[in-house]
Design a protein around this ligand. Structure first.
Ligand code: ADP
Ligand code: TRP
Length: 349
């Protein structure tokens, strides 16, 4: 029996921030630690997804390698026999299956995707872009994502809340094709099961330190609200110290009334790897916001120092050796699925 597959990818567009780390990188590292030996972990770089919006093509290649190095620095054990790392562009079956799935995905379904609406609105807001710079690739993004998942029969897909619709679309298309052609795909679990698996009651969404109504993001105008994993630890401490809070004067976990303070409580719980409840109880009703900021700053500083220290020891060569080895294996698995699909839809005898 082959092992159940946990699969995730992270776009290689520039450097990572604390939101990417807590929302996407850390959950995979923790899942790997908890389930080593029991599950197969596919951690890939969706480099074809990177080019759906304008990027710096000159650094794209190196960016993939650099991002994988961050995963290793964050604790991903690539020596683990059940863990595979690979670049999407090196496994051509992803693009081929995406085309086939495209023909069984409805225009209306893709048109409802909020990420497409948000990202295309961002592009048209940007005065240097015109509507014509919204690529068909951006529209088709979720279909390629479905191919990424279905090729390997992955059941668990740890991603942030913003990717939920894409997981649901993947399920819809897989179920549709299974109904039409007989068992073709393993259908990934529904969202509630995904959350149960990662032991989170709701998807992680870290907010900007300056504007806690918005998510922490590399594209937010105010860089003081975003902690980059490459920030000097002292620089990050300053960002935490000047985080926006409120004037209520009492610490409570409440996204509606105290989003700034609540964001800090969330960051603290995730960085210390203790439950949100425990952290909330510990701080509940306290009045000194400075003290909370100091605790968060301390945790952020320790996290950045550790990751940066480890990063300086990971070299490109060890990543490349593992990538090339795993890409051979992934091509075998992906081509097998693709060939089955081609048979079932009548492209092969
Ligand atoms: P950005 O918003 O910075 O452009 P991406 O959209 O490229 O980031 O997201 C990459 C991954 O990181 C996704 O899986 C997403 O869920 C996760 N992620 C991004 N920002 C956050 C955040 N603020 N909180 C939690 N997870 C996040
Ligand atoms: N869309 C994901 C992101 O923005 C990246 C991604 C591409 C992905 N294909 C995937 C994640 C398949 C999980 C599974 O980060």
């Amino acid at each position: 029996m082959s092992k159940t597959v946990i699969l995730t990818g992270l776009r290689a567009n520039g450097e990572f921030h604390l939101g990417n780390y807590l929302g996407a990188i850390l959950p995979v590292v923790q899942l790997q630690k908890q389930h080593a030996g029991e599950y197969q972990v596919n951690m890939f770089v969706p480099d074809l997804h990177s080019i759906v919006t304008p990027v710096e093509h000159g650094t794209l290649y190196q960016q993939s390698i650099d991002n994988l190095k961050v995963f290793v620095a964050a604790g991903l054990d690539i020596a683990n026999q059940d863990t595979y790392i690979y670049r999407q562009s090196r496994v051509p079956a992803h693009s081929e299956l995406a085309w086939i799935l495209d023909c069984f995905t409805y225009f209306g379904e893709l048109n409802r995707m909020t990420q497409f609406k948000d990202k295309s609105a961002q592009l048209t807001d940007d005065k240097t872009q015109s509507e014509s710079s919204i690529s068909a690739g951006l529209f088709n993004y979720p279909v390629l994502m479905a191919a990424d998942i279905l090729l390997y029969g992955a059941e668990y897909i740890p991603v942030g809340e913003d990717q939920r619709q894409h997981i649901e679309l993947t399920r819809d298309v897989a179920i549709r094709m299974n109904n039409r052609f007989g068992d073709m795909f393993v259908v990934p679990h529904e969202w509630s099961k995904q959350l149960e698996f990662t032991k989170l009651d709701k998807g992680v969404r870290i907010r900007s330190l300056r504007n806690p109504e918005k998510k922490m993001s590399k594209s937010v105008e105010d860089p003081a609200g975003t902690i980059m994993l490459s920030d000097l630890p002292e620089e990050a401490v300053k960002k935490v110290s000047s985080a926006t809070t409120d004037s209520l004067g009492s610490i409570n976990y409440d996204w509606g009334k105290q989003p700034g303070v609540t964001n800090l409580l969330q960051i603290l719980a995730l960085l210390r790897d203790v439950s949100q409840n425990e952290v909330n109880e510990q701080w509940k009703g306290k009045t000194n916001y400075g003290e909370l900021k100091d605790a968060v700053a301390e945790a952020v500083k320790a996290c950045l120092s550790e990751i940066q220290g480890k990063l300086s020891k990971v070299n490109d060569q060890e990543i490349l050796v593992k990538l090339e080895e795993d890409e051979v294996k992934m091509n075998q698995i992906a081509n097998q699925t693709l060939s089955d699909v081609q048979k079932k839809i009548g492209l092969r005898p």
